[in-house]
Design a protein around this ligand. Sequence first.
Ligand code: CAA
Ligand code: NAI
Length: 309
Amino acid sequence: MAFFAHQIRRGFSSSAVRNVVIKQVTIIGGGQMGAGIAQVAASTGHSVTLVDTSDDILKKSIKTIEGSLKRVVKKKFADKPEAGEEFIQKVLKNVSTSTDAGSAVKSSDLVLEAIVENLKIKQDLFSRLDKLAPAHTIFASNTSSLPISDISSTTNRLDRFGGLHFFNPVPMMKLVEVIGTSSTSQETFDSLLNFSKVLGKTPVSCKDTPGFIVNRLFVPYLYEAVRLYERGHGSKEDIDIAMKLGVGYPMGPFELSDYIGLDTIKFIMDGWREMDPDNTLFAPSELMDKLVAEGKLGKKTGEGFYKYK
Ligand SMILES: CC(=O)CC(=O)SCCNC(=O)CCNC(=O)[C@H](O)C(C)(C)COP(=O)(O)OP(=O)(O)OC[C@H]1O[C@@H](n2cnc3c(N)ncnc32)[C@H](O)[C@@H]1OP(=O)(O)O
Ligand SMILES: NC(=O)C1=CN([C@@H]2O[C@H](COP(=O)(O)OP(=O)(O)OC[C@H]3O[C@@H](n4cnc5c(N)ncnc54)[C@H](O)[C@@H]3O)[C@@H](O)[C@H]2O)C=CC1
């Protein structure tokens, strides 16, 4: 009886009665997050195909992975630089690239999406791939804020669909939020939990609620820092210093917003405000709107709250 109730909660489906051991991974989107996830998956022995819209972007993704691996081995193989170089080459061999998502997913156990934070584009992608991926393949999204059940709604594999939310920079941040919708099967959820552990991360289980755990607490904090600055209650520099030295955060809110990308943070907040317009935690910021409109998105564009050129 308990088993049955449990299966109902997770949306039982006969096609998903076994745990999928994830070996072959397709990652769609080779930006900040996709490249980081590809690196970690390849470093832990997975065969990874990284997909993006052009070969030029993918070349940049591989360069990013190479640069990050160099930082990792500097520490891990401090006394054995040759073994470090060997490790880098071994990891890079585990990553192939493609601009053809449809072909890439044909041999995948997991398709993990880390493309632009836009519901329609994510839905279109998964709807197309659903027809091409094998039946056992699990689909997952790395979305920061969109409901997983909205993203999965255009597919016929609701039981094999979940959220895997990594943190930036992926090689350094230990947490993964694993998100199950009311339709995600227990087997899928367990496979995603297990995959996160095999990557060397610590997973936490989340419901499909806005911002899951971390961003629901964290994004309002980042916005309140900007509003505090707009009210003239402190300079950006002092607010950053205060949060680093006062509560031990590794980065202040302005440094971190620039690091994540102001477009991503604004997109999250705009979406929540639309859902709950009277919630003062979701109030807008004129400065944030202005910077994003000017294309000053943070570190990735060379300027955000601070300049990086
Ligand atoms: C928006 C969302 O949906 C969710 C999110 O991601 S929210 C954002 C979550 N992320 C954070 O909060 C990041 C907070 N910042 C930090 O933890 C740290 O500042 C940081 C790890 C990014 C950098 O650390 P730092 O001490 O400030 O700088 P730095 O000295 O350059 O780096 C520390 C170490 O990390 C390593 N490192 C940093 N970035 C790295 C990367 N991308 N790849 C590999 N190694 C990296 C460095 O090599 C360095 O190693 P050593 O200690 O051996 O020298
Ligand atoms: N930046 C951050 O700190 C975090 C972001 N996220 C989420 O991860 C996702 C990706 O974010 P970032 O890596 O920061 O973005 P990014 O802008 O660095 O990278 C996105 C990549 O996806 C590619 N892309 C866009 N549409 C595509 C398509 N249809 N097919 C293939 N590739 C496509 C782009 O060319 C780009 O290289 C978003 O959903 C974001 O909300 C999650 C955790 C942290």
